[in-house]
Design a protein around this ligand. Structure first.
Ligand SMILES: [Zn+2]
Length: 158
């Protein structure tokens, strides 16, 4: 019988939506909350240490930190077309290059694909850009070759 388990993470990052007609055209930051949900059968008694787990929460924490949080935290999230990138590279500032417009929608595609590639039995990923705005994707919706990013997408400016 399958069961879903999840864990929440937070990281701080800056970004800029080039071409946005509102406030998100400015360089600004968010404290993002990421919720990762796994789905699987609890492990059998043949592996006593992990018996009853889909995955030990400690292992889940380590993998998501290595794959996602360490990459994004205190970075400038970049599509690659932001004029500020030159100055950030010159000053040695941390940059997380996504290769797509850094909307919550595209970021959650990127994150879910990365975790799927890392071998996690991921069911869904939800990325909260603010306390009231999120984007969510089911792992099953992301093709193995990776997400096809959209040019559009919102930025919550409450
Ligand atoms: Zn934003």
């Amino acid at each position: 019988m399958a069961v879903r388990v999840g864990k929440r993470f937070t990281f701080d990052a800056a970004h800029q939506l080039i071409g946005h007609t509102g406030k998100c055209a400015n360089v600004h930051g968010h404290t993002y909350t990421l919720e990762v949900v796994l789905e699987g059968e609890p492990i059998s008694a043949e592996q006593p240490s992990d018996e009853g787990f889909v995955m030990d929460f400690g292992n889940l924490k380590r993998i998501v930190n290595e794959q996602v949080v360490d990459f994004f935290d205190h970075a400038f999230l970049a599509k690659g077309n932001e004029p500020i990138l030159e100055a950030l590279y010159a000053s040695g500032s941390k940059i997380a290059l996504i290769g797509a417009r850094t909307t919550a929608e595209n970021l959650v595609f990127f994150i879910c694909h990365k975790l799927k590639q890392a071998g996690l039995p991921i069911y869904s990923a939800t990325l909260w850009e603010t306390q009231t705005a999120f984007a969510q994707v089911l792992s099953s919706e992301i093709p193995d070759e990776g997400p096809s990013y959209r040019a559009n997408g919102g930025c919550d400016v409450e």
